[in-house]
Ligand binder design. Structure first.
Ligand SMILES: C[S@@+](CC[C@H](N)C(=O)[O-])C[C@H]1O[C@@H](n2cnc3c(N)ncnc32)[C@H](O)[C@@H]1O
Length: 267
């Protein structure tokens, strides 16, 4: 969710989520997202809104995932993406240490806690209302001091690093693609530093070519690397997730050293 995007209708800024989100324990969260409203709602008045704002609002009002998220108490429709990824790849297990990069407004952190993670630590440029069971700080992941801070907050190696970070879009597809891949690569480098052996990494990328470059080191450092487009990810969006499991720390350390040398350039 970008900085300039309007808040989800019906959610008051500063209001913490009430009760426990999602389906009752023992029931499946994801399936219930499909049962949302299907009747189309149209806007009666444009009331000073730009056409982009009208389009965004109409899409929100007619999106079953938005309705289901609000009804079930998830902070974002994005929560369903992690639910769907976890249902498919079995990423979250009880007691795990999880890092959530680009956590606002807190949907993925809610899902990680709900699915039994023992410690959830997150960061976002935007403040996040408290999520019970998670600790989320305000900061720029690009800040060199941030990784050490997250590591300290986590208190041990991570089992799962999630990155749903998305920079504000410029409207220029090539620039947007480069920016998101830059963030995803930073997240991958961090994941290779903090993950325990066998750990997993999930990152949002956009189709556009250079995400392939990221796959080369990932395939060396993880036992399995797959692309996934969860059903909750809008069809018209080029958004995709890379899901890497079975981290191999010795290989990760070599790749990180290679990356550092590349970034530092010839001596
Ligand atoms: C799609 S939203 C995340 C939604 C979240 N997974 C959820 O379920 O609520 C992407 C987030 O990435 C954050 N972000 C973008 N660049 C960032 C950066 N450099 N450091 C930290 N957060 C960043 C944005 O502020 C935005 O809140």
């Amino acid at each position: 969710m970008g900085k300039g995007r309007p808040a989800v209708p019906g959610r008051q800024p500063g209001q913490p989520a009430q009760g426990s989100p999602g389906a009752a324990d023992g029931e499946t969260d994801a399936a219930t997202a499909q049962t949302g409203r299907t009747k189309s709602v149209s806007l009666r008045t444009a009331r000073g809104r730009t056409s982009a704002q009208q389009h965004w609002l109409a899409r929100q009002l007619n999106d079953p995932y938005v309705a289901a998220a609000r009804k079930q108490g998830w902070r974002s429709r994005a929560a369903f993406k992690l639910i769907e990824l976890d249902d498919r790849f079995h990423l979250i297990r009880p007691g795990m240490r999880v890092i959530d990069l680009g956590a606002a407004p807190g949907g993925w952190a809610q899902v990680a806690v709900k699915r039994g993670a023992g410690r959830v630590v997150g960061v976002d440029l935007l403040p996040v209302d408290p999520v019970r069971g998670a600790e989320i700080v305000v900061g720029d992941f690009d800040d060199p001091a941030l990784p050490a801070r997250l590591r300290e907050m986590l208190g041990g190696p991570a089992d799962l690093v999630l990155s749903d970070m998305a920079p504000n879009t410029t409207g220029h597809a090539a620039t947007d693609h480069i920016r998101i891949i830059g963030l995803a690569e930073l997240a991958l480098d961090f994941a290779m530093e903090v993950l325990a052996e066998g750990g997993s990494f999930v990152a949002k990328v956009f189709q556009g070519g250079s995400e392939q470059d990221m796959l080369v080191p990932m395939k060396r450092a993880f036992a399995s690397v797959r692309h996934a487009k969860p059903p909750a990810s809008r069809k018209e969006s080029s958004e995709l997730y890379v899901v890497a499991t079975g981290y191999r720390p010795e290989r990760g350390a070599v790749l990180r050293a290679e990356r550092r040398r590349r970034l530092e350039g010839p001596a």
